[in-house]
Design a binder for this molecule. Sequence first.
Ligand SMILES: Cc1ncc(COP(=O)(O)O)c(C=O)c1O
Length: 423
Amino acid sequence: MTLDRADALAQDAADPLASFAAQFHHPFDDLGRRLVYLCGHSLGLQPKSAAQYVEQEMQDWQRLGVLGHHVATRPWIRYHEQAAAPLAALVGAHESEVVAMNSLTVNLHLMMVSFFRPDSRRNRVLIEKSAFPSDRYAVVSQLVSHGLNAAEHLIEIEPRPGERILRTEDVIDRIEQEGAALALVLLPGVQYLTGQSLDLAPMMDAARRAGAATGLDLAHGIGNTPLNLHDWNADFGVWCSYKYLNAGPGAIGGCFVHERHARSIELPRFAGWWGHDPAVRFQMGPDFHPIPGAQGWQISNPPVLSAAPLLASLEIFQRAGIRRLREKSLALTGYLQRLIEAHLPGQVDVITPSAAPERGCQLSLRIARPPAAAKRCHELLTAAGVVADWREPDVLRIAPVPLYNSYSDVFAAVDALSLALRR
Ligand SMILES: Cc1ncc(COP(=O)(O)O)c(C=O)c1O
């Protein structure tokens, strides 16, 4: 197999999803050169249609004022509901199990209020040692709010010595060991640092067998890998929409609550009027009657201007289809891996698993140089017009996103990295 620029162009020409790239704004440098943007794992590109979606709301607000709640083109009072079907398709859930609301860490707290219910015997939370810091902060603060502490009640699992990737059997063993002491198992869909996509079904099963509640951080999973939250039986899942969902910086996040909790009114929750039955919401009664399903965890009315780009992006996802995107993603990331192996042998260590089911778009690389020189490679890459990112202590993350990246983008990135490594 040839691994040159002509081959990349040939693959682009044969790509059935190639035309979707033109539906996004691609950033340019000061000299007007298009950047090679491989950073959708951090912030997705802007759909060109997003501005029209936002503009529509600005115009409706200007034209209608408060009346827009009911008669805007997309009535604000039900605005969030328009995201439910496409979100459900992305996470493998029923529409009633998902809701667009708040942001990830806020949703994580709200979910823990309901699903982390420690008692004197079952009071531990299992997370991974390299969990995204915000998750750890949230979990520890929840422990403290129950009079517990991280030293005794937080279990942090990590890969075996000398390994970077969690083994499924190790996670399950640990869940089984902790057994009746475990109150909550909180895991990522795709690990933010290593790019590992966890085999969640058996882990969720093990946690449920142990009697623990289960939660998922899907920041790097949604819009990236196919998810099956309903069938995996997770109690809850939370995500942000600014990464693979391309909904813009600080965009409205989302939440999954399994249907078995749809009518669990006995669960403690932090309530607000937007989670209250809409049929009687404006009767302004004193008692809270939650909407059955995930919507019952809403607190405030949705931020329409921040939700508008999400609707724009979800409309593109519906046209492209997550299965087709995943097919392209596997090919594109596989191509990135092959180029690295062919052009940078011994210089770069790919820590993301090489087996396709065990990863999403992203490859995480360790550069075989002393730390300062490795970091310098990232700086040179940036200077060459390739946008990837660096995560301390030693990881370069590169994510070819099937909606808007091409094989030529991937080729250009490896070419630039190869040059950076020679400097
Ligand atoms: C894996 C993961 N979890 C949580 C967060 C925090 O998200 P937010 O700021 O939306 O709460 C991020 C943000 O990048 C993340 O990558």
